[in-house]
Design a protein around this ligand. Structure first.
Ligand code: ATP
Ligand code: MG
Length: 444
């Protein structure tokens, strides 16, 4: 029967042969975040729709066009389009903001946005995100940017630029909005319909419009950096100083405003030109008003989201290293039922010690079994038949060199295997100049 149900547009399957790439990113992101004092938070895939309306903002693309919302038993729920709203909701609901500040969390989540699917733009995508609540110091902004940068560095991602901007606070933004309205008013009729509405409700959103005509008009628009109040301006100056202190280079780009309404002061993006139009691999910023807006006490906070699919596109393009998937340590080829029983016994013993061992489950002949062992790239093989069982000895074959060692199938079997296995692994490490250790500093 032909399979006629396909996965929805804009979603992806990750197969076992590729999943080690995801594991690499997830492992490095987790370990790096934890070494900066962040702990993992897990929270629901869907939330009450109101949460996103109140945080992401009603004039954003996300809320206006992209949310997946269902009405279930008279309550409106939305699949999370981003992580910050749910993460802050969870921190508030669980009293985390009453504990020692700053509170720092990270998450690895799927997000859902009804966008036009293209390379690097999916309807279900994945983010590594972090949030820090409690600090208003620009040092916290520098800390977060350092964390993102460190993760990209550890993944060996190259040619990524850091763009930063300050979009001020509600006080300085009021003046800026006036200036933007005055600038766009004469062009009102040429703007797209969404931007006509934005001009009234939230003119800064005009700068985030993806339409080429609107972008052309916006080219000479006034920039926020000319309108910052003293407090925001000093915050931005200090952030730049701290980034200099940390040895992190950046480009000030007064045109970044970010796609979500809750940002204040610092916004930043890590951008590459290597994967086409969807080049923003990581985006984030400060959102000092959000926690209060969601019913908490005024608490300055900030965060970023890193798009994992986009990161993997860059890493593939740049031939970055991934942690190698676990390969079969030993494959038992068996002839006859008694040999199969022995293989089951030896496999169980090896698994006690964490080895990846396999034996034939397909009833294949010896030749086909060896072909399979090659296909799965087993490091060692052992053929078991009547002779081996009678002698209680069998040959352990190291597949790469073809070297064979006759070993006893007795109660020292695992210890003997281990000795040969490790002497072989030490050779591999020598050959690769210690690179098995080099990647994360703790791989076997
Ligand atoms: P863009 O301007 O590219 O649409 P955004 O401003 O909507 O990005 P954020 O909401 O800040 O993005 O999300 C953080 C990160 O998540 C982005 O920098 C990007 O790497 C990734 N991302 C956002 N939307 C998608 C998507 N539809 N598909 C894949 N990755 C995405
Ligand atoms: Mg977007």
């Amino acid at each position: 029967m032909a399979m006629n149900i396909k996965r929805p547009n804009g979603t992806e399957d990750v197969l076992p042969r590729d999943v080690h790439k995801w594991h690499t990113v997830e492992k490095i992101a987790r370990e790096t975040a934890e070494s900066f004092g962040f702990g993992e938070l897990r929270f629901p895939t869907f939330e009450n729709t109101d949460l996103f309306l109140r945080s992401v903002g009603e004039t954003t693309d996300v809320v206006q066009k992209e949310m997946y919302t269902v009405m279930a038993k008279e309550t409106k729920f939305t699949l999370r389009p981003e992580g910050t709203a749910g993460a802050i909701r969870a921190m508030l609901q669980n009293g985390m903001l009453n504990e020692a500040l700053p509170q720092r969390i990270y998450y690895l989540i799927s997000c859902f946005r009804h966008e036009r699917p293209q390379a690097g733009r999916l309807r279900e995508f994945h983010q590594f995100g972090v949030e820090m609540a409690g600090s208003q110091s620009p040092a916290a902004d520098a800390e977060l940017i350092s964390l993102a940068k460190k993760i990209l560095e550890r993944l060996d991602v190259k040619n990524i630029e850091l763009h930063i901007n300050s979009i001020g606070c509600p006080a300085c933004r009021a003046k800026y909005h006036e200036a933007l309205r005055a600038f766009f008013e004469p062009h009102k009729d040429e703007l797209c319909d969404t931007c006509k509405e934005r001009l009234v409700k939230n003119p800064m959103r005009l700068l985030d419009c993806k339409s080429p005509e609107d972008r052309e008009i916006a080219k000479d628009a006034p920039v926020i950096t000319d309108y910052l109040c003293d407090d925001c301006s000093e915050h931005f100056t200090k952030l730049r100083k701290y980034l200099d202190n940390a040895g992190i280079s950046y480009i000030v780009d007064p045109k970044i405003v970010r796609g979500l309404d809750y940002y204040t002061k610092t916004v930043f993006e890590f951008v590459t030109t290597e994967i086409g139009a969807q080049g923003t691999v990581c985006g984030g910023g400060r959102y000092d008003g959000l926690i209060e807006q969601l019913g908490g006490q005024h608490t300055p906070a900030l965060g970023f989201g890193m798009g994992i699919e986009r990161l993997l596109l860059v890493m593939d393009k740049q031939n970055c290293n991934f942690l190698a998937p676990k390969k079969c340590d030993i494959y038992f080829a068996t002839m006859g039922d008694a040999a199969l029983e022995k293989a089951i016994e030896l496999t169980a013993q090896l698994r006690e010690f964490g080895y990846y061992a396999e034996y034939d489950l397909m009833g294949r002949g010896l030749k086909a079994q060896m072909k399979y062992a090659n296909k799965i790239d087993a490091a060692f093989t052992m053929v078991l038949g009547d002779n081996e069982l009678t002698d209680a000895k069998a040959k352990l074959k190291e597949m790469e060199s073809g070297e064979e060692t006759l070993i006893n199938l007795d109660d020292k079997f695992v210890a003997t295997f281990e000795e040969i296995y490790f002497s072989k692994m030490l050779d591999v490490i020598d050959d690769e100049n210690g690179s098995l250790f080099a990647f994360t500093g703790e791989e076997k």
